[in-house]
Design a protein around this ligand. Structure first.
Ligand code: ZN
Length: 679
C-alpha cells in the first residue's frame, strides 16, 4: 500500500533541517519550481548521496534507468488514448510554427503539462477527464500548423490526427472517467482504464472465478494482477499478460536489461537473488514467480540501496486486482531508520494492546521490516506524485506469513515541508494562534511518526478470519484498509508508549497530529475537489470517514466542534482524550469489518461518512484557498542521475538538480518511449 500525502503539503510546519553538504544544496534554488492549474511542481534533493560508495551510486543509476523505462506502460494502462494524445500534444509543443504567445497557447501548454502530470488525460485524483481549456477550433489551428512528421506515424494526414484527437479531447462522453468506483454501476464498463476492453463487470468476475477454480482456488495467487483482459470481436475473452514476449514487451525488455546490469554491482547476494527473481517474473509473467519474487525481496534487507519495480498498486483497477506499473529507487536513511526499528521491535506490544477484538489480532506479528529512506528516483505510478510511505507487498496472506517491508520517505517529506513554509495555510485554517504554534513546534515530527505508525504497524496489524477473502469488501477494500492503518496510527501516536520508547517527547505531539488530521478530514481536503464533485479517491474517503465519524459520535460531548468565526468555519478539538477514545472505537469496528469481510458495514461506513460534500462548506473552503493562491496538489521532478564514465565503463554516478518539468518530460518522451501508440 502506498500512503499518499495527506496533509503535509497543506501545512506550513517546519522540520529540523537535515545536514546536507554544500555541493548537494545550492541554496538559491527554489523548492517550488512552478505552479499551474491545481498543482505545484517541486524538486527534491538526495541528502547523503555523497556518502554512498561509487559502486552503490552506479547501482542506483542502473535501477534508476529501470525505473524510467516503464513510463509508457503506466500511461497506456491508464487509458488507451494516452500515448497517442501525449505524442500529438508533444508534437505540437515542439514543432508548431504559429504564434507561441498569448492566452490560447498558454492554455494549450497548461493542458499538456496537466497530461504529463496526470500520466494521461484523466485527473489523477478526481479520475475524471480533464477539459483542455482551449477551444476545438484552436486545436485545429495548432494541428494544421504543425509538420506532419511531428505526429505519430500511425496518422498519415492532419485529418486523421484531428479525427482521432477531437472526440478524446472535446467530447465529454468519451472516456469520461478513468476509474469508476461508484456504488451500483458496472464499474468495469463505465471505467476508461485500459485494463479491460469491451467487457462487463460480470464477464470479468466470471473469467477470474474460472481461473481461480483452475488453480484449485489457490488463495495465494493474485489473479489478473499483470494483464489486460480483452473481449475480442468473436466474443472470446483473452488475457494479455504483461511480460517479455507479451503485452508491453518492448518496455519490459528494457527494464530487464537494466536489472541485469544492476546485478553486476549488487551489494549483497540476497540482492542478486531478488533481481534474478524479478527478471524471471518479467520473463514468465507467472503469478507463482511473483510470489517468489516477493519472498526474495522481503529477505533482501541488508543492502543500503533498494527499489520497487513492477506491477504493484491496484488503485487504478475499479475491481482492485490489476496493478499499475511503478518504479522507485531509494537508499536507507540511517539515522531516521532507528526510530522505525524501535517501533518494529515493539510490534507485538502494539498488536496485543490495541482496542481490537482478540480474534482479529495476529498472535504473532511477523517480519516487520521498517526503515526510513531517501528516494533517488521516481517512475511510473510514483511519478510525479509519489507516496510518502510504502508498505509492500500488498497481499494479506503474504503479510501474515512473511511480513512486509515498510518505509517512510524522508527526503520527499522534507521537500514538501520546505516548499510549503510560509504559504499562509495554517494562519487561515487553524483555529487559533495556539494551534498554529503547536503545529509549528510539533507538527513535522508528529507527521513523520504518524506515517511510521501507519506503514510500519498499521497495515501489518490484524488478521482476516479464516475463509474471508482479501477483496471481500470489493470497491471499499482500499478505503477500509487505509482507514484501518490511519486509525491504528492515530490511536497509538497518543499512547504513553510513545514517550516510554523515546519516539515522541510528549502527548502534545499527538494533539498536533489530531488537529491536523481532523482539520484536513472535516474541512480542508475538499479543496481538492471541483464544485459539484464528491469524494472519490480512497485515501481522501478514508480521512473523511474517520474525521466525520468521530465528529458525529462525539457531538453530544462536544469532542470536536465546527466553530464559526467571521463567517469562516474552523475545526476545534475540545477533548483530545475523548477523541482518542473514539478513534479506538472506530479502529475496533473497522478491523472487525475488514476481518470478517462485512461488505454491508463497509459500504455503510464509506458511503455514509466518506463520500458526500457539503456544497456550502465546499464553496467557502475553495474561496479561502483561492485567496491564498495555494495549489492543492504537489508533485516532483526527479533529479537527473548521470553516469560518470571512465573509458567505456560506468564508474560512478552524479546528481544534477538542474531540471524543469517540461525539459524532463520531453527528455523522458525522447529517451524512454519504447511502446507504440496502441498496444
Ligand atoms: Zn496505507
Amino acid at each position: 500500500m502506498a500512503i499518499v500525502l495527506a496533509t503535509l503539503l497543506l501545512t506550513g510546519c517546519q522540520t529540523t533541517p537535515k545536514p546536507q553538504s554544500e555541493s548537494e544544496q545550492p541554496r538559491e534554488r527554489p523548492w517550488t519550481l512552478e505552479t499551474f492549474a491545481d498543482v505545484n511542481v517541486r524538486r527534491y534533493e538526495l541528502p547523503g548521496w555523497e556518502q554512498l560508495t561509487p559502486k552503490q551510486r552506479v547501482l542506483a543509476y542502473y535501477l534508476t534507468q529501470a525505473a524510467l523505462c516503464g513510463r509508457d506502460i503506466l500511461m497506456d494502462q491508464n487509458c488507451q488514448y494516452n500515448l497517442s494524445i501525449r505524442r500529438i500534444l508533444e508534437g505540437i509543443y515542439t514543432s508548431y510554427t504559429g504564434n507561441r504567445q498569448g492566452a490560447p497557447w498558454e492554455q494549450f501548454y497548461t493542458y499538456l503539462k496537466r497530461v504529463w502530470f496526470a500520466n494521461g488525460i484523466h485527473h489523477f485524483y478526481a479520475e475524471t477527464k480533464m477539459a483542455p481549456g482551449f477551444p476545438q477550433a484552436y486545436f485545429q489551428e495548432l494541428v494544421e500548423n504543425t509538420p506532419q512528421e511531428a505526429f505519430p506515424q500511425k496518422f498519415a494526414t492532419k485529418e486523421e490526427v484531428l479525427a482521432y484527437a477531437n472526440p478524446v479531447l472535446f467530447d465529454p462522453t468519451v472516456a469520461a472517467k478513468r476509474v469508476n468506483k461508484a456504488d451500483g454501476v458496472d464499474v468495469v464498463a463505465t471505467s476508461a482504464t485500459n485494463l479491460y476492453r469491451n467487457l462487463t463487470q460480470k464477464e470479468v468476475e466470471k473469467f477470474y472465478a474460472a481461473q481461480k477454480k483452475a488453480h484449485k482456488n489457490d488463495t495465494h495467487l493474485a489473479y489478473g494482477m499483470n494483464s489486460q483482459l480483452v473481449k475480442q470481436a468473436d466474443g472470446t475473452i483473452v488475457e494479455r499478460v504483461w511480460k517479455v514476449g507479451g503485452m508491453y514487451s518492448a518496455a519490459i525488455e528494457q527494464i530487464v536489461g537494466w536489472l541485469e546490469k544492476a546485478k553486476t554491482v549488487a551489494e549483497t547476494p540476497e540482492q542478486v537473488v531478488t533481481l534474478n527473481s524479478l527478471i524471471k517474473f518479467y520473463q514468465t509473467g507467472a503469478l507463482e514467480d511473483f510470489n517468489q519474487y516477493c519472498v526474495d525481496w522481503m529477505q533482501d534487507t541488508a543492502a543500503r540501496i533498494d527499489f520497487v519495480n513492477g506491477f504493484i498498486e491496484d488503485y487504478g483497477d475499479p475491481l482492485g486486482s490489476k496493478c499499475s506499473w511503478e518504479g522507485l529507487v531509494n537508499y536507507k536513511d540511517m539515522e531516521a531508520t532507528q526510530r522505525m526499528e524501535v517501533l518494529s521491535a515493539n510490534a507485538q506490544w502494539f498488536e496485543d494492546n490495541s482496542p481490537v477484538d482478540k480474534k482479529f489480532k495476529k498472535e504473532k506479528v511477523k517480519g516487520l521490516t521498517a526503515k526510513v529512506i531517501d528516494v533517488v528516483q521516481l517512475g511510473g505510478d510514483c511519478y510525479p506524485m509519489p507516496p510518502i510511505g510504502i508498505n509492500l507487498p500488498n497481499a494479506n496472506w503474504f503479510r501474515k506469513e512473511h511480513g512486509s517491508k515498510s518505509v517512510t520517505i524522508a527526503n520527499l517529506m522534507y521537500a514538501y515541508d520546505k516548499a510549503s513554509e510560509g504559504n499562509g495555510f495554517l494562519e487561515e485554517f487553524a483555529y487559533g494562534p495556539e494551534e498554529v504554534a503547536r503545529i509549528r513546534e510539533c507538527g513535522a515530527l508528529a507527521s513523520n511518526v504518524s506515517t511510521d505508525l501507519h506503514e510500519c504497524l498499521g497495515h501489518g496489524s490484524g488478521q482476516l478470519l479464516k475463509g474471508v477473502k482479501d477483496d471481500a469488501l470489493k470497491n471499499y477494500t482500499s478505503t477500509i484498509e487505509e482507514a484501518r492503518a490511519d486509525l491504528f496510527s492515530l490511536y497509538y501516536i497518543a499512547d504513553p508508549k510513545m514517550e516510554e520508547l523515546g519516539i515522541l517527547p510528549s502527548q502534545e505531539y499527538a494533539w498536533a497530529e489530531y488537529d491536523t488530521y481532523m482539520r484536513n478530514g472535516l474541512l480542508t481536503q475538499i479543496s481538492r475537489l471541483k464544485p459539484g464533485e464528491q469524494i472519490e479517491e480512497d485515501h481522501m474517503r478514508n480521512r473523511a470517514l474517520i474525521a466525520r465519524w468521530c465528529y458525529e459520535k462525539g457531538k453530544g460531548g462536544k469532542v470536536i466542534e465546527m466553530a464559526s468565526r467571521d463567517g469562516k468555519t474552523y475545526v476545534k478539538v475540545n477533548d483530545y482524550q475523548a477523541l482518542r477514545g473514539l478513534v479506538g472505537q472506530l479502529l475496533a469496528e473497522v478491523q472487525r469489518v475488514r476481518s470478517t469481510g462485512d461488505f454491508k458495514a463497509a459500504k455503510a461506513l464509506v458511503e455514509g461518512y466518506g463520500v458526500a460534500v457539503d456544497p456550502e462548506l465546499h464553496k467557502e473552503v475553495l474561496a479561502r484557498y483561492q485567496q491564498l493562491h495555494i495549489a492543492p496538489y504537489g508533485g516532483f521532478v526527479n533529479p537527473l542521475i548521470e553516469p560518470v564514465m571512465q573509458g567505456d565503463s560506468i564508474v560512478d554516478a552524479r546528481v544534477n538538480y538542474d531540471v524543469s518539468l517540461t525539459e524532463q518530460m520531453l527528455y523522458y518522451s525522447k529517451n524512454y518511449s519504447f511502446l507504440p501508440c496502441d498496444n
